[in-house]
Design a protein around this ligand. Sequence first.
Ligand code: GAL
Length: 821
Amino acid sequence: MKHIIIHLIFLGLLAVNCTVQQGSRRVEVLDSNWQFINEDVKGAEQLNFNTDNWEIVTVPHDWAIKGPFDEAVDKQSGIIKQNNEKIANEKTGRTGALPHVGVGWYRKVFNVPDYNNNKKVLLTFDGAMSQPQVYINGTKVGEWKNGYNYFYFDISEYLQEGDNLLAIRLENLPYSSRWYPGAGLFRKVQLVIKDEVSFKHWGHFITTPQVSSESATITINSKINGRDCHVETIIKDAAGNVVASQQSEAGAGEIEQILTVENPAIWDVDTPNLYYAELSLYQNGVLKDMQTVRFGIRNIEYNADKGGFLLNDKVTKFKGVCLHHDLGPLGAAINKAALKRQLTILKDMGCNAIRSSHNMPSLEQLELCDEMGFLFLAESFDEWKKPKMENGYNLFFDEWAEKDVVNLVHATRNHPCIVMWSSGNEVPDQHGKEGVERAKWLQDIFHREDPTRPVTVGMDQVKAVMKSGFGAVMDIPGLNYRVHLYEEAYEKFPQGMLLGSETASTVSSRGYYRFPVEQIKDNYNATKEQKEHFYGNTYQCSSYDLEYCGWSNLPDDDFVLQDDKPWVIGEFVWTGFDYLGEPTPFDQFWPSRSSYFGICDLAGLPKDRYYLYRSRWNTEDETLHILPHWNWEGREGETTPVFVYTNYNSAELFVNGVSQGIQSKTKDKSKQHRYRLMWMGVKYEPGTIRVVAYDDKGKVAAEKEVHTAGKAHHIELSADRRNIHADGQDLAYVTVSVVDKDGNLCPHANNQLEFEVTGAGQFKAVCNGDATSLEMFHKPTMKAFNGQLVVTVQSMNETGDIQLKVKSEGLKTASITIKTK
Ligand code: GAL
């Protein structure tokens, strides 16, 4: 259980960085020296097996991310009913065009010297993609189906003296996913070694039923193996001060304790204060087990009469984004530094909530959300019993859904960030009576396992769920898109509030602009030829942020509802970052292989849209952002609209010093005019565009300029962090920009760049955010896309300096140093 923060008492002999000991409990992370093969081999679970041609890998591992991209991988033909497609077509990059389909085997030899000593040994997985079958010393100990979920097996009775072999077979079927799922042991694997008499795995449930600034009640429910046991609990604050303690009565099976913390430091999005419950289990006075569980003191309430969702008694709107689990160029292999970077970028945008679409989140992501102050909507399924995908979760739903929900809740329920569960996304079961029953059944399981949080479903078949009663069943009705049905759904549903569980799905490519500037709703029933005629063959979407899908809408449509309808409790934008797969509207166009939906691109670079959301959501800092770039050779004299995204209500635009007039946000024109400042008639001439923003008193508040860039001259590097941890896992993200002699970004530059990393780190990956690029992320060369890309550098287990050099023919070489400590 990853969110159990273990006191790092390193044992002499076991002093490797991935073993932690607390009392007699030991947790070993199985990360290094795994053997791997991307093949189905007979007998791979046997200890004596020839593994000469196997690769040595570390876990987390994604076997498919090194590619190559290939349009033949999981090509999906037919119509997508959900999207109302009428014409069958062939979708090439829908699951990312990376070789994730097939079988992979992992093997690892390990040793548990004290296994026989009345010990219980658990083998835990935070996820395994997918359908893991787990063997110890040649015997199958169990299996799981859902690749995203946490699960564990008690392997005590399978162990032997000396070497033990853990072997895992994984298989990804074609037609099983709607996006890139990743492949392999993409999340953490651990051994938990503890006494027979001990706390059960995921055995603690900490809740805070009463919270005020004066005091908070903390309820700790602990499940134990053993009788005549009592629990001693110490609660510490973040500084390590003891703020409460208690000794329970003796009991068996389950022990509940109720403690009071005076003047609690409350967990909130701006003050993510955390506490630690140190729990010691005694049997007949003898210490048997210890665990530390981190939690937050906070109060959540959903109450239509009080204004919707209240966090610590304050009405709070979800300013959220949906995230798929992949980390762009790192694939699905989890990395905490990569997740932290995403959240840091989102925090600056003013985002306060994450939805783990459409599956169980990584535990690392939850830990970070606890620490950084994000609200979390933890989702479980994209499919119930009725299929979206031939080989999707529908194959397992009946047998596995309850087990999956139970594990999701048990593994994650002590995270204060989680404020709502989602039992499904756009499940086809929204139609029909059985669907209503399934919705209720799943919701009841969530309630049984966790009575403290409500449940939603992202519903897109809004007419159907209004009629069938499905929508009325849900604790919180979540609407995916369908902005035109919000009013009606609010009237029909009894809950008195609506959540925009998925919004916008606006599409854009960083730094790409299409003319004339107009709204484009993608026609999913257009033929390939019609689409190509319409969009041209760049397979990019315009960053004027006016293009969307047949089922979706523009950000401004959501803003109107969020602002004007107090019963809308917030939104989760599809998506915070581009992800691998689902390259709508170019699903049929090779080489499109990743999404255009992101507010940030696949490399994590903000697109223009980032600033549109920031101008609303970040209420502390100024936003003043101009688009497009100002390098339009060949468009001289042509209409080239200029948009400004800002928190100020009005601004004046100048082109080479000539005023283009003042624009003010207004409700009287289109929805866009309410949230964007737009100069639609600007004629392009090279030079400088300058925007001067005015405050509400008409005073100059801020200014910004964009210049026409000259020839590409040199490379500029900037790192998100200059000091990283020397732990072999930490990452620095270096943005590489091709600039002119004055440092202006060359917005069309596509120079081939080469990367060299020396010193205390290594080259990890590179990504330029171009959804059509077939260059591989792990090779140290890539073309800039619209002037930029991002190189990821990873530390090693040694302190020192990492040097990244970036070269390109005709440009001055650049270098940057990152320190590791
Ligand atoms: C939604 C769906 C998401 C994604 C999105 C693209 O309907 O829930 O998974 O496919 O559409 O617009």
